[in-house]
Design a protein around this ligand. Sequence first.
Ligand code: F6P
Length: 533
Amino acid sequence: MSKVWAALNEHRQELSEVSLRTLCDNSSRTERFLHEVCGITVDLTRHLADDRTLDLLLNLAEESNLLDLRNAMFAGEHVNTTEQRAALHVALRNRSTDPMLVDGDDVMPQVRDVLDRMQSFCNAIHSGSWTGATGRQITDVINIGIGGSDLGPAMAASALRPWWISGIRTHFVSNVDPSHLSDTLQSLDVESTLFIIASKTFGTQETIANACAARRWVTDTLGESAVANHFVAVSTNAARVADFGIDTKNMFEFWDWVGGRYSMWSAIGLSIAVAIGFDRFAEMLDGAHCVDNHFRNTPPETNVPVLLGLLDCWYRDCWGCQSRAVLPYDQHLAQLPAYLQQLEMESNGKQIRLDGSKATHGTASVLWGASGTNGQHSFHQMLHQGTTMVPCDFLVAAMTSSDASDDRHAMLIANCLAQSEALARGCTLDELDAPSDLAPHKVMPGNRPSTTFVYRQLDPFTLGAIIALYEHRVFVQGVIWNIDSFDQWGVELGKKIANRILPGLLEDGAPDGDPTTLRLIQRIAELSDGQNR
Ligand code: F6P
């Protein structure tokens, strides 16, 4: 263990004696713990950390060469070492005129070219000049994709619902469970529905199976020639797109230096652009670019993603926190926890370090959450009085994006602020007005840390900024843990085994699997009367 880690662990013992009440009541606390970035106030004052904590964590960043690695990412170096690739999603939202290089080539001309094509496509859909095969205007757009080809666009489209272009509805189908597609299609008219098949590899089993089913739905009614009007593709793999039967002139390209879970800024965001219009999509890129500039140019001590990522490591490794909760007090961000689960847990849920050795520290926390105030009537009991400490993120807009003129938005804000205050300060035995036999049940231990993000309104710029903050935060965690945040080898084995099991479910061949799998296949066959065969 390095000297800095040892010092952090020792310091954590000292902090056991300090209460968050004392820390928060220090009037100079805001100097180092309250920050503004791209219109977002990031309040870190309710963290179990003092000046010495921050100094030690910043030493840890230095010892881990964080700034060099950050610069390497922005320079397009192969920071994804196990796949020998750059991770240059920042180029997708580079709104400056500066070049961005991958292997010596400026990628900005191709990035701008695809953005231009996305803009023309959106305009054609919105103006009605792109029609279905029978000449009907497109009213419903279904994105078929999974993981990074679904979660980011689905989350963003839902977050930006107040900006939806009228007359266009966007839908997202990801699950290979046939119900997902059939439930979505139920109320739609084939003549006015367009599919975006979104897949980086264009080989993902679930996406291709759903895309084939969607094509059958279209061609059964409108014939094969209708594919050209009703399907476009987003992918890095033109050959597979063509094999599927989509003309590559209807394909929007991206590149292997864009990781799946970092791809909503690329053509994978086409469904977002269709939903809110290209200009609003560009504002989302602007928001992310603003945070990129902050991350790239701000000294570590005031660099918000750096501080957030370091605090995450502090709780994970020095306090033993196994999970973190994301609690948006913003109904439009209800899908944020699901999106962040892939971002953080697929990026940093690893146990092998860059040099091939086994990690000696814990890595990604379990990330979970739900929108407030709903969670208050469910799992917040555990956050307040459970035996496990769960650091929380609270997110809240100063202004509602609804047209309500009553008190509900004020209630929402009051509840958000109340939760983080209650978690931090708790309620002691002395402060209770309760009969003695009930008193222990009512004590609130407090000392539970949280970050509060406050923004004016959840507009496209702000959403872009929030997501980029989280992306860079995850990068910082990965650097401290010395792991490759851009690969995902852990998902492969399950895919391989599923491919081995599938034929035994479909055909008369011998089922394949270990004894438990075989027993379950047998039971499923009995229960389904062989329906899957
Ligand atoms: O299985 C995991 C994964 O590879 C994710 O990383 C990715 O976002 C998702 O599958 C979808 O992949 P694709 O865009 O190639 O269909």
